[in-house]
Design a protein around this ligand. Structure first.
Ligand SMILES: [Zn+2]
Length: 277
């Protein structure tokens, strides 16, 4: 069974010291590919380095709404340069009215520019949205989205908006955090989502799953916040399969197809043999 992490941050300083142990653990659970998302100019080089070292990394570069205020005057050129390197995605980008001191107009300009770039280049997009669902729908309605679709990572929006996002080409990734007892509303949405738009994510080092779904542990951050081990991905698959009442192998096969449709097939796979050759 091959597994796909649709959204994480393997470049994060909370994970990098532990990578020598994390990488074999990921191999152990059957990880096939992972979309590793940059969040600001300062971490794009680290994402590129991970992609260079590990062919299973799908590098994604983007300016996250939490960091729009610290962007440099050259951020657009730098982003375009990162994306020129080959198979990549745009992320993590989005809108956030939860963070203190947000400037939605500024966030929207930055988000829309990145979405346009992805649409022009036919690249997948990983979208973060907190308390800004109406504003997100406005942007998606007014602009072109990439032909391959886009990911609403750890979808936390209203159930009534799911159909509209599906029509615009959305994929939805299930987070281990939704296995928390109190997240029954989230689980109900993911129980009934069409199987062909489902993905699974860890968002590691963030969004730690509840105790029954985190077989892998890492030391907490210095400020006491927990660090989610990306190999908890298998437990998240198992939690989602139980929720949907299907064997985890069946879910994994669907997620593999969905991941390939959104993020493209790996360039490293050998071409199939020619017929009759
Ligand atoms: Zn994230």
């Amino acid at each position: 069974m091959l597994l796909y992490d649709a959204h994480n941050h393997l470049q994060d300083a909370a994970l990098t010291p532990h990578l020598p142990a994390i990488v074999p653990a990921l191999r152990g659970i059957g990880l096939s590919r992972a979309a590793v998302n940059g969040t600001r100019e300062a971490d794009w080089d680290a994402v590129a380095a991970l992609a260079a070292a590990h062919p299973w990394v799908v590098p994604c570069y983007g300016l996250h709404p939490w960091y729009v205020k610290e962007r440099s005057p050259r951020w657009r050129e730098r982003l375009a340069e990162c994306l020129a390197g080959g198979k990549a995605g745009v992320g993590e980008i989005g809108l956030d009215r939860w963070i203190a001191g947000f400037d939605l107009a500024d966030q929207t300009a930055v988000f829309a520019w990145q979405l346009d770039l992805a649409a022009q280049r036919g690249l997948p997009v990983s979208i973060h949205c907190l308390q800004a669902w109406g504003a997100l729908e406005d942007v998606l309605r007014e602009r072109r989205v990439p032909e391959c679709g886009f990911l609403l990572h750890a979808y936390g929006g209203p159930a009534e908006m799911v159909d509209g996002f599906l029509r615009r080409g959305a994929y939805f990734s299930f987070s281990g955090h939704f296995l928390e007892e109190r997240k029954a509303g989230r689980r109900e949405i993911f129980r009934t989502l069409p199987a062909e738009r489902l993905l699974v994510e860890t968002d590691a080092p963030d969004m730690t799953p509840p105790p029954g779904f985190r077989p892998f542990a890492l030391p907490d951050r210095p400020d006491g916040r927990p660090v989610n081990h990306p190999a908890n991905l298998l437990a998240v698959y198992e939690g989602l399969a139980a929720l949907r009442g299907c064997p985890v192998e069946t879910l994994a096969a669907r997620v593999a197809e969905n991941f390939a449709r959104l993020f493209g097939s790996p360039a490293t796979l050998p071409a199939p043999p020619l017929p009759g050759a």
